[in-house]
Each structure stands twice: as C-alpha cells, then as structure tokens.
Design a protein around this ligand. Structure first.
Ligand code: AMP
Length: 279
C-alpha cells in the first residue's frame, strides 16, 4: 500500500492502472477511520481491481464555528486499518495541494442542499461537492462508495454525478452501528462517558418512529412528534432538526405513502450527531 500526498503521483499510478485495464474504487473519507468506513472499503475491495481511500479533512466543508481544528486526525492508525483492508493507495494531500492560494472554483447545487443539514450548515455541501468533484477528477474511479449515514450527502452526490455526467457508479452502503445502536462516527470520540450514554437517544428515537410507520402510521407530523418527544426526554440532547422527507427531492412530506427518509440531527452537549432511516 502506498500513501500518496500529491495529485501528480496519484495521476501517475492511475494512468498505469488504466493502461492495464484495471477498475478503480474510491472511498472518500476525512480519516479517523472506524467500522463504518471499513464497510465501504470492503465493498470497494470486493468490486474493483484497485482501491483508493482518500483521507482529507476538507476545510471548505466546515463553517466558521465548526470543528475543523479539533476534528480527529491519525494517519498512522488510518494507514494500518487501510493496509489490513487491502487498500492499494491512500491519498492524503495537504490543504495547499487541494486548494492553491488562487483557488476560486466551486460546485454549487440548487435545492437538495437547502434542507436538513444544509439549513444549519449553509456552506457544507458546497464544500463537499467541490472536494468530491476534485477527487473524482484526480482518481478517475469506476465506482465511488458513500455511507447512508450521511443520507443527504449521498443523495447530493448521486445528483451531482448525474447532472455533471461523471462516468462513475455511486454505491450507497448501509449504516454501521455500535452494539447499543449509536451510528459509528469519527465525532463520537468527542463524547465523554455521560454524553456517550445519552447519544443512544438518536437511534432509540428513530426506532420508535420506524415502528410507528411499520404499524401503519401515515401522518408524518405524528411520527416526527414521537421522535422529538423521545429525544426531549434526554437532558443532554438538543434537537437541531427532525424531518421526514421524500427520497427524491428531500422535501418534507405530510403523508407517508412512498419511500421516505427520516433524518435527525441532535446536539449531545456540544457534539452534533446525525442519524436516519429509510423506509
Ligand atoms: P467521513 O469520514 O465522516 O467524511 O465519512 C466518509 C464516508 O464514510 C462517508 O461516505 C460516510 O457516509 C461514511 N460513513 C461514516 N460513518 C458511517 C457509518 N456509521 N456507517 C456507514 N458509513 C459511514
């Protein structure tokens, strides 16, 4: 496995692979890898001749008061995980390699980024689309792997690939959870013991909502209320949003009569966590 820091060196190796007719799978990450990332890497390993994992904490997707500086980073640990998972290349660029001082082109999307996480993180998806677009142009993968954990991100990337005619298959992968139900996240490392116990309220409240729908509840507002009231029982939790949206346009629905995404963002102390289900 190689750890590559420059765009030029990734291009060189990708050119060689393409000459040999090898397929390439890309797993974009911000590092501090956990079993969620590992599940994406495993899928990429199974479906491609070569696997590239990018590890890059992208400053353009963090708002001013967000956790860019404190985001956990440990490339040595990430390298071990990738090596064991059979990754061929880690692309781990410095910020200046991705954004030179004259950098000024962004990928901006209408509509889909406006709701859900986009409401409280207004520049987030502009940064995500821009960096993913750059990674696609650098690595030229046949397939790219994204987690359902970030459901809005996955929907936006699929839209971007279709809108901008990338010849790349986007593969969504299910949410990997801790034993008690908490969705795995690099940000879980911010939680102290008390907060870690409280954080189970995200998956627990969603489970209640899901069961309501499975038992025939079609009124979205009632399901949202049930989820909110479970979260509000937890004193360390503060709701950012609880929404039920249609899968295509990510717009709020009144009636649950087609495929929907139920998505939540909740602060546990200072840490903002997200979770969701699709039904
Ligand atoms: P991140 O490093 O948080 O930017 O995540 C990189 C990729 O891993 C994204 O596509 C995420 O959706 C995915 N991912 C993160 N956590 C999980 C999880 N618990 N289960 C599945 N995929 C995940």
């Amino acid at each position: 496995m190689k750890i590559i820091k420059t765009v030029e060196d990734v291009r060189k190796i990708v050119r060689e692979w393409k000459k040999e007719g090898l397929s390439i799978g890309l797993v974009p990450t911000m590092g501090y890898l956990h079993e969620g990332h590992q599940s994406l890497i495993k899928k990429a390993r199974e479906g491609n001749d070569r696997v590239v994992v990018s590890v890059f904490v992208n400053p353009k997707q963090f708002g001013e008061n967000e956790d860019f500086d404190s985001y956990p980073r440990d490339i040595e640990r990430d390298s071990k995980i990738c090596e064991e998972a059979g990754v061929d290349v880690i692309f781990n660029p410095e910020i200046a390699e991705m954004y030179d001082k004259f950098f000024s082109s962004f990928v901006n999307m209408d509509t889909l980024p406006n709701g859900l996480c986009g409401k409280s993180r207004p520049i987030h998806f502009k940064g995500v689309c821009t960096v993913v677009c750059k990674l696609f142009n650098i690595v030229c993968p046949d397939r790219a792997y994204f987690g359902q954990k970030d459901a809005q991100q996955l929907a936006i990337i699929k839209r971007m690939v279709s809108d901008l005619n990338f010849d790349i298959q986007i593969i969504g992968c299910p949410i990997v959870r801790e034993e008690d139900g908490l969705a795995k996240s690099s940000r879980n490392t911010y939680l102290n013991d008390e907060e870690r116990s409280a954080a189970v309220v995200l998956s627990r409240s969603l489970k209640i909502g899901k069961e309501l729908i499975e038992n025939g509840e079609k009124n979205a507002e009632k399901v949202i209320s049930a989820i909110k009231s479970e979260i509000n029982k937890e004193k360390l939790a503060k709701i950012d949003y609880v929404e039920i949206v249609d899968m295509n346009r990510l717009r709020g629905v009144d009636n649950i009569d087609g495929p929907i995404l139920a998505a939540i963002a909740v602060y546990i102390g200072k840490t903002r966590l997200i979770d969701n289900f699709i039904i």
